[in-house]
Design a protein around this ligand. Sequence first.
Ligand SMILES: *Cc1c(COP(=O)(O)O)cnc(C)c1O
Length: 352
Amino acid sequence: MKEFWSSRIRGLTPYTPGEQPRERKFIKLNTNENPYPPSPMALSAIRAAADEPLRLYPDPDCTQLREVMAATCGLKPSQVFVGNGSDEVLALCFQAFFDPDRILLFPDVTYSFYPVFAALYGLQYRQVPLDEGFGVPVESFLAPNGGVVLANPNAPTGRALSLCAIRRILEGNPGAVVLVDEAYVDFGAESAVELIDRYPNLVVVQTLSKSRSLAGLRVGFALAQENLIAALNCVKNSFNSYPLDRLALAGAEGALRDPDYFRTTTAQIIATRDRTAARLKTLGFDVCESASNFLFIAHPKAPAKVLLDGLRERGILVRWWDQPRIRNHLRVSVGTQTEMDALYDALSELVR
Ligand SMILES: *Cc1c(COP(=O)(O)O)cnc(C)c1O
């Protein structure tokens, strides 16, 4: 096994994405997808783009999409970078901003892709322990470092960090890039985008996968001052000139041009999340305060692995990690109200 693999690749343990079942119909609450369809404007833009011009390469600079995104978040187009999903954008950030001889900091409980990217690029890192309630201990991120990576809201906990805390971390690290992954920001956290003009070391990463219902389209963004965006373009153009195809460019633009649909579906998910959290508490669950489209839950009497298997038997998929500190937790994506009622019924049977 692994004959002919390069020595660097031989040592890697890749990220494991949540299951995408093909044989059976499940209630899918395991990958934080949006239960609502994409905006009709996104879909009609994709259909219109599925035509003769597909013969031609797409715009390598994603000019029009960057203009729309810039207008959406109050930045200049030169402060916007586009990639094939925010996972790709994050990977390019790890390559563009971090050096092997300086230690990277991120929480011990966070998006499990970060240590994978670090290993891929040969970067050293230290996982900073979150406090008892999975809060970010700001002081620990002020120690000398070669970069900070924070998901806000954090995954899989759902907890948000205040802008004030992020500013302290930015100010405590004037010599290193602070990467804020805002995959779930639209569900209740404050975005750090408004800090970009003040902090030359800030990079904010966002995606259309969660709040815009476009996980299948693969569109992510980095937002930062021009100097950092130029570094990302340097890496990208040394790797893949065309990260977004013509359909993705059209669909992404269509989605951003439909703020009403986005606001309505996001508000619905937030309402469902809060109602579900309250109901699960009545079953005895500890529910982490969530600013995202998922809930991180644990039951004092029922082991998470037993609940995971029991839910699966009842046709419901959720996410569980066999990892220190979170072995007794489940991460449950917020689906439709009907799906969450089914989850509640199944869990009330299982914890009884
Ligand atoms: C889902 C997720 C992403 C990746 O999103 P894509 O844009 O679909 O690649 C990035 N960061 C976190 C924390 C996520 O949960």
